[in-house]
Design a protein around this ligand. Structure first.
Ligand code: ATP
Length: 311
């Protein structure tokens, strides 16, 4: 039997003529935060529903914590937690009563419930506010509480579907920090759906990129950057006319030259130097304000993968 937390083999799900998940073969090791990255409609939520056995696959198999999703949905759901579209909180109850309610659902003893609620709310800096009605809380606080709810029964694996969606950047960053700390403390495996690339970079040891139901690539954010992101230069300035771009593209030390939001982005061969390129730009009449060298961010890798998929 497998010791991967999640293993799928050619997992496929159709909705009528739409193939939402297309021959997904994936293995997620235990103990990591796995980021499942994709644009809207890529098939991320459908994948979680398949893994939780809330949907039947059209074809293929999936095992979660060693249980086949077709035969053992109950076992899987008992050992996992999920934060899907709705936080699953009762707005008229206090934070403490919300968690206590879920503790009863999971058949935790009174002592266990008390311990768990105290530990989780303390880590989330919400213990002092445990008696407040959740309906009065901000979205960010509610979302933190929803994560406490998901972790309450000590699942070995949790599924989070866009947990920071709809939060302002400050609340989203706070939630990410708490999530990173809690996950480490609890030793839980996380399957995190997101289209937020900084989030994946900040949190995930591995990411998989999905487009139109198909897995395009899997690896650590670093590995993906190295694989897809060649050395590059990001040049800020003026006068990057189509003629100047054509001139650059004709050079052997420039692999590609594109404009993105006023930035001239160059992809370079492994050993290229930037100085001769900058001189050539100046000679051609461009004005240079800033030049930054580096490898691509995960965002650029993602955009490149999406663009390659379009072709
Ligand atoms: P988002 O980030 O927008 O939530 P997603 O990556 O989670 O997107 P899914 O919700 O899995 O994507 O949808 C994948 C495809 O399957 C989409 O084309 C969607 O319209 C379709 N789909 C999903 N659920 C259903 C359903 N119940 N009935 C019909 N089509 C569906």
């Amino acid at each position: 039997m497998t010791d991967a937390a999640i293993r799928t083999n050619n997992l496929t799900r159709d909705f009528g003529s739409v193939r939402a998940v297309d021959s997904l073969t994936l293995s997620v090791p235990p103990g990591i935060i796995f980021g499942f990255l994709g644009a809207n409609g890529a098939g991320k939520t459908t994948t979680i529903h398949l893994l939780l056995s809330l949907l039947e696959p059209t074809r293929g198999q999936a095992e979660v914590l060693g249980f086949d999703t077709r035969a053992h949905g109950g076992e899987i759901r008992a050992r996992t937690g999920a934060l899907l579209e709705f936080p699953g909180l009762y707005e008229r109850l206090s934070a403490e009563h919300n968690l206590d309610f879920y503790g009863r659902v999971w058949h935790l003893s009174a002592a266990e419930r008390q311990d768990r609620i105290k530990a989780l709310l303390t880590h989330l800096d919400l213990y002092d506010r445990r008696k407040e009605r959740v309906g009065t809380w901000s979205r960010g606080m509610k979302q933190k509480l929803a994560i406490a709810r998901v972790l309450l029964h000590r699942p070995r694996l949790i599924f989070l579907d866009e947990p920071t969606a709809g939060l302002d950047p400050v609340a989203a960053a706070a939630l990410r920090d708490d999530l990173a700390t809690l996950v480490q403390r609890e030793g839980v495996t996380v399957f995190l759906n997101t289209h937020n690339l900084p989030e994946a970079e900040r949190l995930c040891q591995q990411v998989g990129v999905i487009r139109q139901g198909k897995l395009l690539t899997v690896g650590s954010p670093d590995m993906l950057r190295q694989q897809t992101g060649r050395p590059r230069a990001d040049i800020l300035g003026d006068g990057f006319t189509p003629e100047v771009l054509a001139l650059l593209r004709a050079r052997p030390d420039v692999t590609s030259a594109t404009m993105r939001n006023d930035h001239l982005l160059l992809e370079l061969p492994a050993d290229a130097r930037v100085a001769p390129i900058v001189s050539a730009l100046v000679q051609a009449g461009a004005e240079i304000e800033e030049v930054r060298r580096g490898t691509a961010s995960l965002e650029e890798v993602f955009l490149t993968l999406m663009e390659e998929g379009e072709r």
